[in-house]
Design a protein. Structure first.
Lengths: 402, 474
C-alpha cells in the first residue's frame, strides 16, 4: 500500500471520528451550569422540578460581589425531561447533570410513586447513578434547595456530606444510593427505603444569605427517620429507634451510640457500638416461614452514670445482658412497625427466595401479607470490650473516698 | 584563475608565486624564506595560526639552518636526520600539498628541488577538556568531549583498554572535508552494521558537516524518517564507552563535542549515565520517574483540554467547580488558552537559550511575572492552565536527552490538537498510534522499541529499571 493511500485512509477515519465524538460534543467549562441537587415536587398533578446550580465565580478566591453561591431554577411540566429542556429559557448555560449529588422528593410525589420521575435519571448517559435520595417531610423539596447552609458553601455538598457522615456515626440515618434503590425495585423479596429529611426553623429567613451570618442559623435541615416503600410508593415512616433497627438488621452499621438504662437505677450509660453483624436464618417450620436473627454486637463503654463497679466481671456481664435486651427490644419494635405497613424493607423475603426457591415461587405473590404475619426470633450476643481510660465512673470514685 | 600546476617547479620563487596566486594572496597564507646550513635557499609555507609556531621554530627552522649541510638529496637528509618534530612526508603534487597545508601542515621547499617536504605540525587554539554542560551528573566522571576528534578518541580509548577496539576514519563533506572517525569493539559490534555505516558515510554528499546531526539526517533512509531521535548523541566519554561495550558504534565528527552512538533505542534516551553511578534502587525509581515525566510532558496539556471540554464528569466535583471558577472570565476556549500558554513558554525557552547570559536574568523575570502572574490576574488564562504548562515544562527538563525532549515537545502540540477535536477518546487513539509508530521505527536496522518490542528477556535488566550489577551476567 502506498504511503499516500494510507494517509488518505487515516484522514477518512479521522473525519468519521469527528462525526462520532467530534468537537460538536465539546463544551467549555464556562458554558456549563453544574447541577448539584434536584428537587421533585408535586404541583397539581404535574412535576415541579427545581435545580440547584453552582455559581462558580463564588467558589474562587477573589469573588466579585456578595452573591448567593447557588441559584435555583424551577419549572413545572408533565415530565422531567421536558423540564430539563424548558429551563434553558431561563439561563444562559447548559445544565450539566453528571455531578448531581442529591435528589429530594416531597412526600406527595413519593406517595404517588417515584419510578416515573427517576426513569430519565437511569436512562440518560450523562447522569451518573451515584447520587443520594431523600424525602422531605411536610415541606416542598424546593424549600430545601433554597436553604442557605452554614458549614459548606454549597448546600448540595452539605446535604450529601452530612448524610454520609451521619450514616457512619449515627445509626438512625441511612443513605440511599440510587443504585441500591434500583436493586430494591428489582428484587421481589425486598422493599426500598429512602432517608427522611426535615426542615426546622424559619424557612423564609433560611433562604437569605443572612441565615449564615449568625452563629445559630435561623433555619436548617436535618435527616430524620427512614421512609418505607411498597414498590415505588412511600408507605410510612420509621422513627429514630425503628430506623436503628433497619441499620442493624441490614448490617449497614459502622458505628453508633446507644443510651441504655442502668440495670439498677434510672440513670443512663452509653455504649459505643463499634462492630455489629446480624445474620439472618430463614426457617420453614410446618410449612410456614419463620425468621431467626442472630446479632453479634461489639461495643465500648462510652459514658457511665450508673453506680456500678466496672472492675468486676459480673457487673460487666450484667451490663452486657441488659444492653442486649434493649437492642432486642429496639429491633422487635422496628420489625413490628414494618409489619404493620407490610413493607419488607429488611429483605427477609429475599432470604427465603435464596434458601427455599421452590416455596418462594408460591409465596412471592402474597409475600406482603405473609410478611405482616412473619414470626421473627431475635438472639443478641452483646459484648462490651473496652472501658476507656477510666475504670469506674467519676461519681463513684468520689463516693468511695467518703 | 590560471590552471593549477600539478607539479612543483624547479625554481623556488615560481613555486611560491604559483601557490600565492592559487590561494588568492590570503593574508594567513604565509611563507618564510631561510638560508640552510648548506647555503641553499628554502621556503617554509604554512597557514598562520594553523601550525604550532614554537615547534616550527625549534624543530624545523633551527635544525635546517644549523645542520642541513649535505648538498645532494637534501630532502632525504632533512627528513631522516635533521628535522626534530612532526611527521614528515614527501609532496610531489602542488594540489595535494595545498590540501595538507590548509589542514595544518608545514611545507618545506628547497631551491632547485621539485619535491616538497610536508611536516605535520598542527597547532591551533583549542578548548580544554571541561565538564559536560548538557548532561551533568553529581557522581561519576565529569569530563566531556572537546571539538578535537583526536582528543575525543583518546578520551574513549583511555576508558576501554581492549585490543579489539577499532577506529577507522572517513572524510565527509565536499568543502569542509571533515574527519569522521568510526570506533567500535571488534567482535562485540556487528561487523555488518560497521560495514553498512562506513558505506553510507562514504555516500554522503554534502558541502559541509559541522555536527553529528547532519549525518543523522543524511544517513537515515527517507522512508524511515521520524520525529524521534534514532542516533544517540552525548558529550560524555563514559556514555560512549559504555555504549561500545554493548556493541554500539561511536561516530566522532571533528569540530563538535557531540559524539554519536548507533544503533540507539528508545530506552537509551531515558537513561542518564548517573543511573550507573548511584544505588540501583534509587536509579530504578528515578528511571520510572523519567518515564512518568515523559508521559506527563506529552499529554498533560492535552489531558487538561479533553477533561475540561469533553469529560467534565471525570473530575471530582470540588475540582470541577474550582476549575470552572478559574475559567469563569477566561475569554478563550481551553484549547486556545493552552496553545497560547504553550507557545509563550516555547518563546521564553528559546529566548532564554539564545540570549547572552547576562540578559537571561531579565528574560526569566519577565517570563515568570508576566506569564505566571499578570496573565492570570488579567483573566487571559486560568491559573490551572499555568500550573499545567509549568508541570509540562518541568517534565520536559527531566528527560535526560535533549533530542528526545525536542521530539516530545513537538508531539505535545499534535496531541493538544487531537484532544481539542476528539477528547480523551482521541487522545487514547493518538497514544495507540504513537506506540504503533514507535514499534515501526528502526535505528540502523534495529527495532527502536527493543527490548520491549521485540521483547528480550535478558535486556530487561537495564530497561525500565536497573537491576543490581551482581544479579547474574548479561
Amino acid at each position: 500500500m502506498s504511503k499516500r493511500s494510507i494517509a488518505v485512509q487515516l484522514l477518512l477515519i479521522m473525519s468519521l471520528l469527528l462525526g462520532g465524538v467530534g468537537c460538536t460534543n465539546s463544551t467549555e467549562l464556562n458554558d456549563l451550569s453544574v447541577v448539584l441537587a434536584m428537587g421533585i415536587d408535586d404541583k397539581n398533578g404535574k412535576y415541579e422540578i427545581s435545580m440547584q446550580i453552582v455559581d462558580p465565580s463564588q467558589m474562587s478566591a477573589n469573588r466579585i460581589a456578595e452573591r448567593s453561591p447557588t441559584t435555583v431554577f424551577s419549572e413545572t411540566c408533565h415530565t422531567v425531561f421536558e423540564c430539563f429542556r424548558k429551563v434553558t429559557t431561563k439561563t444562559s448555560r447548559k445544565m450539566y447533570f453528571s455531578h448531581l449529588k442529591m435528589i429530594i422528593f416531597d412526600e406527595k410525589t413519593a406517595k404517588l410513586g417515584i419510578k416515573q420521575p427517576l426513569d430519565m435519571m437511569f436512562r440518560d448517559p450523562e447522569i451518573r447513578p451515584s447520587f443520594q435520595l431523600a424525602v422531605i417531610k411536610n415541606k416542598k423539596a424546593k424549600d430545601v434547595l433554597e436553604l442557605v447552609t452554614s458549614t459548606e458553601v454549597l448546600p448540595a455538598q452539605e446535604m450529601y456530606k452530612s448524610l454520609k457522615v451521619s450514616e457512619r456515626y449515627w445509626a438512625q440515618t441511612s443513605s440511599v444510593n440510587v443504585l441500591q434503590l434500583l436493586r430494591a425495585f428489582e428484587m421481589q423479596g425486598m422493599e426500598a427505603v429512602i432517608t427522611g429529611m426535615t426542615l426546622s426553623g424559619d424557612s423564609k429567613k433560611g433562604k437569605k444569605l443572612d441565615n449564615v451570618k449568625t452563629p445559630s442559623t435561623p433555619a436548617s435541615f436535618n435527616y430524620e427517620g427512614i421512609g418505607m416503600f411498597i414498590d415505588d410508593r412511600l408507605a410510612g415512616w420509621l422513627n429514630e429507634d425503628e430506623s436503628k433497627a433497619y441499620t442493624y438488621i441490614t448490617n449497614r452499621l459502622n458505628s453508633t451510640v446507644a443510651d441504655i438504662k442502668c440495670p439498677s437505677s434510672k440513670k443512663l450509660f452509653v455504649a459505643e457500638v463499634v462492630r455489629s453483624k446480624v445474620s439472618k436464618k430463614p426457617l420453614v417450620i410446618d410449612g410456614e416461614p419463620r425468621m431467626k436473627l442472630i446479632a453479634n454486637v461489639e461495643a465500648n463503654v462510652g459514658e457511665v452514670e450508673c453506680d456500678i463497679d466496672l472492675t468486676k466481671e459480673s457487673e460487666i456481664r450484667e451490663l452486657e445482658e441488659h444492653t442486649g435486651y434493649e437492642l432486642k427490644e429496639i429491633m422487635e419494635q422496628g420489625i413490628r412497625k414494618t409489619q404493620k405497613y407490610k413493607s419488607d424493607i429488611f429483605g427477609f423475603g429475599e432470604e427465603f427466595h435464596r434458601f427455599y426457591p421452590k416455596r418462594w415461587s408460591r409465596w412471592k405473590e402474597r409475600w406482603n401479607e405473609m410478611y405482616a404475619e412473619l414470626p421473627v426470633d431475635i438472639e443478641v450476643q452483646y459484648s462490651l470490650k473496652r472501658v476507656g481510660k477510666m475504670i469506674s465512673p467519676i461519681t463513684r470514685t468520689k463516693n468511695g473516698e467518703e | 584563475m590560471e590552471a593549477m600546476p600539478q607539479r612543483f617547479y624547479n625554481k623556488l620563487n615560481d613555486n611560491i608565486d604559483a601557490m600565492l596566486s592559487i590561494m588568492g594572496h590570503s593574508i594567513d597564507f604565509t611563507y618564510r624564506v631561510v638560508r640552510m646550513a648548506n647555503n641553499q635557499r628554502a621556503a617554509l609555507i604554512y597557514l598562520d595560526g594553523m601550525v604550532d609556531m614554537q615547534a616550527m621554530q625549534d624543530g624545523v627552522i633551527r635544525p635546517i639552518m644549523e645542520r642541513a649541510l649535505v648538498q645532494d638529496n637534501v630532502l632525504d637528509h632533512m627528513k631522516d636526520q635533521v628535522l626534530e618534530s612532526g611527521n614528515a612526508s614527501y609532496a610531489h603534487s602542488m594540489p595535494d600539498a595545498l590540501e595538507k597545508i590548509i589542514a595544518g601542515s608545514l611545507l618545506v621547499l628547497v631551491e632547485g628541488v621539485h619535491t616538497g617536504l610536508l611536516i605535520s605540525l598542527p597547532g591551533w587554539e583549542e578548548r580544554a577538556v571541561t565538564e559536560s554542560t548538557t548532561q551533568s551528573v553529581v557522581h561519576g566522571p565529569q569530563n566531556a568531549f572537546t571539538e578535537n576528534v583526536r582528543t575525543n578518541i583518546t578520551l574513549v580509548r583511555r576508558r576501554v583498554r581492549d585490543l579489539r577496539v577499532r577506529i577507522s576514519s572517513v572524510t565527509v563533506g565536499t568543502m569542509t572535508k571533515t574527519d569522521v572517525a568510526v570506533m567500535y569493539i571488534n567482535g562485540v559490534a556487528e561487523q555488518k552494521l560497521v560495514n553498512d555505516l562506513l558505506a553510507k558515510l562514504g555516500e554522503v554528499k554534502q558541502d559541509g558537516i559541522f555536527d553529528g546531526r547532519y549525518l543523522e539526517e543524511l544517513i537515515t533512509e527517507r522512508k524511515r524518517q521520524t520525529v524521534f531521535p534514532t542516533f544517540f548523541n552525548t558529550d560524555r566519554p563514559d556514555s560512549i564507552a559504555a555504549g561500545m561495550l554493548e556493541g554500539k558504534i561511536a561516530i566522532f565528527v571533528d569540530g563538535t563535542p557531540f559524539v554519536l552512538l548507533v544503533p540507539a533505542f528508545f530506552t537509551d534516551f531515558l537513561q542518564s549515565p548517573e543511573d550507573y553511578y548511584q544505588p540501583y534502587l534509587f536509579s530504578s525509581l528515578m528511571r520510572l520517574l523519567r518515564y512518568a515525566a515523559l508521559f506527563v510532558c506529552l499529554i498533560a496539556p492535552a489531558a487538561y483540554i479533553s477533561l475540561t471540554t469533553f469529560h467534565q464528569d471525570m473530575l471530582p466535583t470540588p475540582l470541577l467547580l474550582s476549575l470552572a471558577a478559574q475559567r469563569e472570565n477566561v475569554p478563550f476556549p481551553a484549547f486556545i488558552e493552552a496553545f497560547i500558554m504553550e507557545v509563550i513558554f516555547e518563546i521564553l525557552r528559546e529566548a532564554g537559550i539564545r540570549m547572552p547570559r547576562t540578559i537571561g536574568q531579565a528574560v526569566s523575570i519577565v517570563g515568570s511575572i508576566v506569564i505566571g502572574q499578570a496573565a492570570v490576574e488579567a483573566g487571559i488564562v486560568s491559573a490551572a492552565m499555568v500550573i499545567v504548562v509549568a508541570i509540562t515544562a518541568m517534565s520536559s527538563f527531566v528527560i535526560p536527552s535533549y533530542s528526545m525532549s525536542i521530539a516530545i515537545r513537538v508531539l505535545r502540540f499534535l496531541f493538544m490538537i487531537i484532544a481539542s477535536l476528539y477528547g480523551v477518546y482521541g487522545l487514547t487513539i493518538g497514544v495507540i498510534l504513537l506506540i504503533v509508530h514507535l514499534c515501526g521505527v528502526q535505528s540502523f536496522g534495529m527495532p527502536y522499541m527493543s527490548p520491549f518490542a521485540p521483547y528480550k528477556k535478558g535486556a530487561q535488566r537495564d530497561a525500565l529499571i536497573r537491576f543490581p550489577y551482581r544479579s547474574g551476567s548479561r
